[in-house]
Ligand binder design. Structure first.
Ligand code: FAD
Length: 309
C-alpha cells in the first residue's frame, strides 16, 4: 500500500470560481515562521490522502504560493482540478473533495527560483511583464502583494500582469488586481479566450500569449506608455508561468523582439552566448517540452530572431 501522509495543516477557507477552480487557504498546525520565510514566486508541496480509495495512499504536488510572506495566518493556493490527469491518484481530484476544516499535508519548506531575486534581481528597474493563463497567476499575485506591503508598491507602475482565462468568471483575483491597477498603477490586462459566450465581457479577447502577436504588441506598448515598436529587453523582462502552450508561444513571439530565454537547455540548443543575459523566464506546471528542440527550422528561426545568425 502507498504511503499514507501524516496530515499537518487544515483548510481554513475555500473560494470556488467553478467546479474546477478554487483558492484554498491552508493553515499549518505549526505557526508560520517570522520574517521573510519565503520569497514571492516560490512554491510549497501540498499533499492529501485518497479518501475514496485509501489503498492508493497519499499524493503530493508542488503548488505556487499566492499569499505573501507577511501573511502569518495561512498559506494561499490557486488550484485547478485537472480534467485529464496523468496519474492514478491525482492530487487535485482528492483535494477538490475536501472542504473547510478538512486536513491536508504541507511540506514546511518553500522552494523554487522563479522569484524576482532568482531571475532578474530586485535592483532591476525595467518593466516586469508577468504572463499567465489560469492558475499560473499564483506566483504573480504573491509578487505584487509583497511589493505593495513591503515596498509600498515601488515596482507597481512598471509591473504588467497579463492573465488569460477561458471565461470572465475564471479570472481569479480580478477585483484585487483591478484595485491595485486603479489605485496604485499596476497595469492589469485580463483577457478572455471565449468572449463570444460572454457578451457582457468588454475587455481583451484571446489567450494571454496572443498579447504578443504583432498587432497586439502595439496595444501593449500603448498601455505601457512606451513608443510603438520599442518593446524589447532594454525596456522589460518577461516572466511566464503555467502550461507549455502559454510559455512556448510567448517565447517564440517575443524572440522576435529580442527577448532571450534564460532556461539552460534552450540556451544550449540555441547556442546563446553566456554574455547575453536572459530576459525571458518561465515556470512550467506540466511536462511537455516548451518548444520542440528537435525542430531545426524553429531553432534556426529563433537564432535569427535573436540576432545570433
Ligand atoms: C513549480 C510548480 C508549481 C505549481 N503550481 C501550481 C499552482 O499554483 N496551481 C495549480 O493548479 N497547479 C500548479 N502546479 C501543477 C501541480 O503541481 C500538479 O501538476 C497539478 O495540480 C496536477 O496534479 P494531479 O496530481 O491532479 O494530476 P496528474 O495526474 O499529476 O496530472 C498531471 C498533468 O496535469 C496537467 N496540469 C498540471 N497543472 C495543470 C494546471 N494548473 N491546469 C491544467 N492542467 C494542469 C498537465 O498536463 C500535467 O502533465 C504546479 C507545478 C509546478 C511544477
Amino acid at each position: 500500500m502507498a504511503k499514507v501522509l501524516d496530515l499537518n495543516a487544515t483548510i481554513e477557507k475555500r473560494e470556488d470560481f467553478s467546479e474546477e477552480l478554487a483558492i484554498f487557504r491552508v493553515r499549518p498546525d505549526d505557526p508560520l515562521p517570522d520574517g521573510d520565510w519565503f520569497v514571492p514566486g516560490q512554491y510549497m508541496v501540498i499533499g492529501v490522502n485518497n479518501v475514496d480509495e485509501p489503498e492508493l495512499g497519499g499524493v503530493q504536488r508542488p503548488m505556487s504560493i499566492a499569499s505573501e510572506p507577511a501573511e502569518r495566518g495561512h498559506v494561499e493556493f490557486y488550484i485547478r482540478r485537472v480534467g485529464s490527469p496523468e496519474s492514478k491518484n491525482p492530487l487535485t481530484h482528492s483535494l477538490f473533495k475536501l472542504q473547510q476544516g478538512d486536513r491536508v499535508f504541507l511540506r514546511p519548506k518553500p522552494k523554487g527560483h522563479f522569484t524576482i531575486p532568482g531571475t532578474v534581481g530586485e535592483d532591476d528597474k525595467r518593466w516586469r511583464i508577468l504572463v499567465s493563463a489560469g492558475t499560473g497567476l499564483a506566483p504573480f499575485v504573491s509578487i505584487v502583494r509583497d511589493d505593495w506591503t513591503r515596498n509600498g508598491g515601488s515596482a507597481m507602475d512598471r509591473t504588467c500582469i497579463i492573465h488569460g482565462a477561458s471565461r470572465p468568471g475564471d479570472l481569479g483575483y480580478r477585483r484585487e488586481l483591478e484595485d491595485l491597477s486603479s489605485e496604485h498603477g499596476l497595469l492589469y490586462l485580463p483577457t478572455v479566450s471565449r468572449p463570444a459566450d460572454y457578451p457582457e465581457w468588454d475587455g481583451l479577447h484571446g489567450r494571454a500569449e496572443d498579447r504578443f502577436k504583432a498587432d497586439a504588441l502595439e496595444v501593449l506598448e500603448e498601455r505601457m506608455g512606451i513608443p510603438s515598436g520599442s518593446l524589447g529587453p532594454d525596456q522589460a523582462v518577461v516572466l511566464v508561468c503555467g502550461l507549455q502552450g502559454t510559455i512556448g508561444e510567448s517565447l517564440v513571439r517575443l524572440a522576435k523582439r529580442g527577448f532571450v530565454p534564460a532556461e539552460k537547455k534552450i540556451r544550449k540548443k540555441l547556442e546563446i552566448p553566456d554574455e547575453l543575459p536572459g530576459s525571458f523566464f518561465f515556470e512550467q506546471y506540466d511536462s511537455d517540452p516548451v518548444i520542440d528542440l528537435e525542430n531545426e527550422g524553429l531553432i534556426t528561426e529563433l537564432r535569427r530572431d535573436l540576432g545570433l545568425i
